[in-house]
Design a protein around this ligand. Structure first.
Ligand SMILES: N[C@@H](CCC(=O)N[C@@H](CS)C(=O)NCC(=O)O)C(=O)O
Length: 216
């Protein structure tokens, strides 16, 4: 039996982040479908692990962790030292500041755009609201573009947690039917991510089944 168990549906972007880390670190794990049409999040046993009833949740032996960022930080600290988790406090802080920015800023506008454009049925869509989120996400990505002009990866010299959090948004960004500004460094970085089997397996998944679904 695998020591690591992950609960969460493959279509969840927060689950995808965790999957990418598991695959990147080549860790053996078992994944249990949960959330969305699979349900299970209100089961007492699930709520005992994750009081919020969300996915993902990870169990590692006796240790249970919920929230995708806490999970990827836990996995990197436990199994990714020298790979996804810099030992040097300064280098780690650089990666951490970009990780914090992704979650507080880039992700917010991007997920709102995804919900308003993809998850909202066309007859309920708000065109002005969609355009506001699209242009804000584009502006956030322009900042990332400047970061990537000076650094091979968002986290620093090597792929790290900030790349995982930011890179998770890119597949859907490039697949959504929207206008996108030219961002040469983001595009080059996206091409390098797509050369990683872990990224393709975890993140590059068509999202047809989420179209028009506001229920979860
Ligand atoms: N901040 C949390 C957000 C968790 C969250 O809202 N997950 C969504 C999926 S991305 C969820 O559980 N939705 C209910 C469902 O899938 O049924 C995290 O990063 O883990």
């Amino acid at each position: 039996m695998a020591r690591l168990t992950l609960w969460g549906r493959l279509s969840s972007c927060n689950v995808q982040k965790v999957l990418w880390v598991l695959e990147e670190l080549e860790l053996p794990y078992e994944r249990i479908d949960a959330g969305g049409d699979f349900g299970g999040l209100d089961e007492p046993a699930y709520r005992a692990m994750n009081p919020h009833g969300t996915v993902p949740t990870l169990r590692d032996g006796e240790q249970v962790v919920w929230d995708s960022d806490a999970i990827i930080r836990y996995l990197a600290a436990s199994y990714g030292k020298g790979r996804l988790w810099p030992e040097d406090p300064g280098e780690r802080a650089v990666a951490d500041q970009w990780l914090a920015w992704v979650n507080s800023t880039l992700y917010r506008d991007w997920i709102d755009l995804f919900w308003m454009l993809v998850r909202t049925p066309p007859e309920q869509q708000d065109a002005a609201g969609i355009e506001a989120r699209r242009s804000r996400t584009a502006a956030r990505l322009a900042v990332l573009d400047r970061r990537l002009a000076e650094s091979a990866f968002v986290s620093g010299d090597a792929l790290g947690l900030a790349d995982i959090a930011a890179g998770m948004t890119l597949y859907r960004w490039f697949e959504m039917p929207i206008e996108r500004p030219e961002l040469a460094h983001v595009e080059a970085w996206y091409r390098t991510l797509r050369e990683r089997a872990a990224y393709v397996n975890a993140v590059c998944r068509p999202f047809e089944d989420l179209k028009g679904k506001l229920g979860y």
